[in-house]
Design a protein around this ligand. Sequence first.
Ligand code: NIG
Ligand code: FE
Length: 405
Amino acid sequence: MRRLIKNIRQLVQVRDRVPPPLRGDDMDRLPVIENAYLIIEDGVIADYGPMEALPSSDADRIIDASGRLVLPAWIDSHTHAVFARPRYGEFIDKIKGLSYEEIARRGGGIVRSAEALAAMSEQELFERAMRYVEAARAYGTGLMEIKSGYGLSTDAELKMLRVIRRLGRESGIPVKATFLGAHAVPPGMTRKEYVRLIIDEMLPAVAREHLADYADVFCEEGYFTPRDMDLILGEAARYGLKPKVHVNQFHALGGVEVAVRHGAVSVDHLEVMTPGDFEILADSETIATVLPGCSFFLGIPYAPAKEMIARGIAVAVATDFNPGSAPSWSMPMAVALAVIKQKLTPEQAINAATVNAAHALEAADRAGMIRRGAPARLWISQPMEHYGEIPYYFGTNPVGHILEF
Ligand code: NIG
Ligand code: FE
């Protein structure tokens, strides 16, 4: 099956080769072909170029994309898309003035989600999560990471991870799974006891069933310390699970340094950064993933993404989709917030949500850009002239039509 898309107003994020994670000035360069064609053969990008160079070969199907753009699918490299129930009661409490941390201290938050999840069947959990993944897809997401972490017991964590694996098989979107046992300390246990359980029971069970690609720890006051993270990541490495971690959301506790020392693929959140954290990240291979939807929803500071880029750090943008701090699966909204609130240029924000986000999932060889030989996970936009209109029309869906996923 050979498809031709012709008269594309802008073909965005075209790369001949897979670039390394983009840093500095490269983050501000978004390769675009104006008035372009694209040929897809059996789900793979076969060719592209300017319309003047369109080869005169046959196609089984021709799509005229006049007045529209074509982009690679977004990569959402940080989500908690498997959960049992929304937490809109807490949402109202937040609107009335309670902070995320106060809500957690009153028994809400992650622990509340864990109670609901324990009571829900695996099938029901799957069906609910499938609706979220499909919703994300409709906004152009073509590869997703999903974390466990609302289990907080071995059985429930495994249940979540099985659901995540099944989503990867059945949703049509590839899904990477992250084991986040260390998301909160469950009631009735000390932190030390729970870290032991993670190390002695959960990690071996997760590894035995090949249920995770990465390991995560929520390193934060009231949750887990850098020392806990050090222990858990050290053990996780024995099972081949690389770190992708939550650090510096409310406090900078030294988690960035520990994570980078363990070769973290990404460190995520980073709303609070020390001068040392900037230096460590600039000298590392680790991607800094910022989650502006969480700052927007909780009313906390935004990660200083613009300064990170100026300091040579490779920045990715993700949704953090979850029921407590960021209930939006919209990557276009995350991109808009990165531009409007974090002052990234549209070029930087789109690079952060595609090429760098693909690197944050070690998937840049098959996602995040338009490249010959790569799977054709693309979307055709609503009518627009320029990719800058994607963040400009914030809160709306720029996707007109999804191709091949
Ligand atoms: O990334 N910070 C920790 N985890 C999530 C929130 C989880 C929740 O509140 O349910 C986050 O913001
Ligand atoms: Fe998160």
